[in-house]
Design a protein around this ligand. Structure first.
Ligand code: F6R
Length: 366
């Protein structure tokens, strides 16, 4: 049932190219330049009239929400707020009639997310669900939704659910951008073509597996890790740190790269591995100067870089390459090496990768 893999987590990491195809199959018609999603099409005015979108979720799904915030604001120009469901539900939040609430949940059973949905409905919001488990409580409680179609995720650490959530949310953002006239036809087409190339590029990113194992071996005994990223890849840094914490029990923190100088830089010494997402997009030059700051304090640098990168390579202890894509889709690629890194470290430390201590696959209590 693990399909020849040692763990469900590894199997699910490797399933991502196909899972993403399953997510967009029948929805994204590249040649025709169309995105069809019944749950969005049937409610298109609610989305296009929305003054803002509020995303509620927990854990990894919350990280997917943060990535979506960057994508929605960049492509569809709709303001987005991303909330931990557990905070939102107890805060007497301000919800206006025209707000659209998007709830993201792999299991569709998370108690806090469910409570946030009920609250939003009571206040008159339109609530849209992005779930993986078909027929789950959250998929039934929401007004409309879109499934991720990632297939069953058994490993407690979420992997393919995360990348397929980002895929669904990217499709929605593109659809709304088109409906609102925020994107021209050529650019829309270009995005569809690039999204269509992502599964092949993930396969390419997975080829770094043996090299990532070497990196894991080198740093498996570190007591702490720092993960840094900017822009679309800031949430990926948070997700990378969460993956490491939950399955290897090594303390890790994710930070926006530029915030390092406001505190975490004090932690850096020769014992601190720092994973820096530094793809050749957006804030590349700035991230390179963050890397210099880490290097001058003797931090150990693991760079996640675009194929062919030389600047980071010349400074880093290790680099792991991912293929190039448009900036908004880089999280779908940069996430892959971080999943593999945490997986290999946990295996080398003899931890129970698929069932980490104290964690459950669906958190049905608050
Ligand atoms: C992380 C993880 C958890 C879940 C969180 C939300 O790997 O598995 O952080 O992401 O409990 O779960 P869902 O998405 O089922 O609502």
């Amino acid at each position: 049932e693990k399909g020849g893999y040692d763990h469900f987590m590894l199997k699910e990491i490797y399933e991502q190219p196909n899972a993403i195809v399953d997510t967009y199959r029948g929805r994204m018609l590249v040649d025709k330049g169309i995105i069809r999603m019944a749950g969005v099409d049937d409610n298109i005015e609610k989305f296009t009239n929305a003054k803002r979108i509020i995303i509620v979720a927990c854990g990894t799904s919350w990280h997917a929400g943060l990535v979506a915030e960057y994508i929605f604001e960049d492509i569809a120009r709709i303001p987005v707020e991303v909330e931990y469901a557990s905070e939102f539900r107890y805060r007497n939040p301000i919800i206006n009639k025209n707000d659209v609430v998007i709830a993201i949940s792999q299991s569709g059973e998370t108690a806090d997310t469910m409570a946030a949905i009920k609250l939003a409905k009571e206040k008159g919001a339109f609530v849209f669900g992005v779930c993986n488990v078909v027929g789950s409580s959250i998929s039934r409680e929401t007004h409309a939704g879109a499934y991720t179609h990632a297939g069953p995720e058994i490993g407690v650490a979420s992997t393919k659910a995360f990348t397929t959530q980002i895929t669904v949310l990217s499709l929605i953002a593109l659809k709304l951008a088109k409906a609102k006239g925020e994107i021209n036809n050529a650019d829309f087409h270009y995005h569809l073509q690039e999204l269509d190339l992502i599964p092949g590029k993930i396969k390419k990113a997975l080829e770094a597996n043996d090299h990532i194992k070497e990196v894991a071996k080198k740093y498996m005994n570190a007591a702490n890790f720092l993960y840094l990223g900017r822009g679309f890849n800031f949430p990926v840094a948070l997700e990378g740190a969460l993956k490491l914490k939950e399955i290897s029990y090594i303390h890790a923190e994710g930070y926006p790269a530029a915030e390092m100088k406001h505190g975490p830089i004090a932690l850096i010494d020769e014992k601190m591995p720092v994973v820096v997402i530094a793809t050749k997009k957006g804030h590349y030059e700035k991230v390179v100067s963050n890397i210099q700051e880490i290097k001058s304090r003797e931090g150990r640098i693991i760079g996640i870089v675009t194929e062919g990168d030389e600047d980071v390579r010349s400074m880093a202890n290790y680099v792991i390459e991912v293929p190039d894509t448009i900036e908004a889709f880089t999280p779908l690629l940069t996430t892959i090496p971080l999943q593999l890194l945490s997986y290999h470290i946990a295996v080398m430390l003899n931890k129970n990768v698929d069932q980490p201590r104290n964690l459950a696959k669906s958190v049905t209590v608050e």
